[in-house]
Design a binder for this molecule. Sequence first.
Ligand SMILES: [Zn+2]
Length: 294
Amino acid sequence: MITARTLQKTIARLLEYSGIALHTGKEVKMRCLPAEANTGVIFRRVDLEGQPEIKAEPGNVVSTRRCTSIGLKEDPAATVHTIEHIMAALWASDIDNIIIELDNPETPVADGSALPYIELIQQTGVRELAEERQVIKVDEALWVRKGDMYLTILPYDGFKISYTLVYDHPVIGTQFFEYEKGVNEFVTEIAPARTFGFEREVELLHKRGLALGGSLDNAVLIGDDRTVNPVRFSDEFVRHKILDLAGDMFLNGFIAGHLIAVRSGHFLHVELASKIHDKYKQNISIGGESSVVY
Ligand SMILES: [Zn+2]
């Protein structure tokens, strides 16, 4: 396969944004800085001594409970929670390299989707760098499974996600959506889909110190037989799961393949991302396999 050579990209200039964090409920200041080629996505905790930096990659994931959290294993305080929606926005905006400064352990939730971040990047602009992008082209099936949850990636000359969401709840039930880059518009079909939660779980989550910043402004709240606030799509839930999966897969940067997910979640996403990393990313640094294309 001949792949058009693509140059790496970063944001054109400084981008600043403030907002509430979904789980901690705290106001977070975020500053995004342009970064050099081959930097990747770096989160920097400017509120901590030494301003530790955490690279968004599978080996730095420290938790997948309710969200994807990265951190430094040697410094438990140096953690950043809920990176997946920003990661999806970076992927959709074609950004390889960026430094994201935060003064809190969690990113701002915005409206619970990736759209506000994509719009901010569009306003800020994107700049090409001199180095070529390395895209991982998966050349054999890889899969992970936990109970009745499955996630597979197959070789594919493009990027496609086929997602089946199955929830034993009358408002969600079974939803299927297929997203393919170049066929579907991520910005209009996937990015606006918001995170969701159940009315009956709110109290329990709050007791655990989770979803403290959750509100009808940043999540779809699901009651016993209807949603409390209006949905943006009748199948918004499965679209949001595709957003989460695209964001988590960006832990390895840009990849080519067909992802097939059934009832998947952050845990399986990161398991598969780790497998992909182990198989292909090592090769980049030692200049090996031809499965890494440019
Ligand atoms: Zn999400």
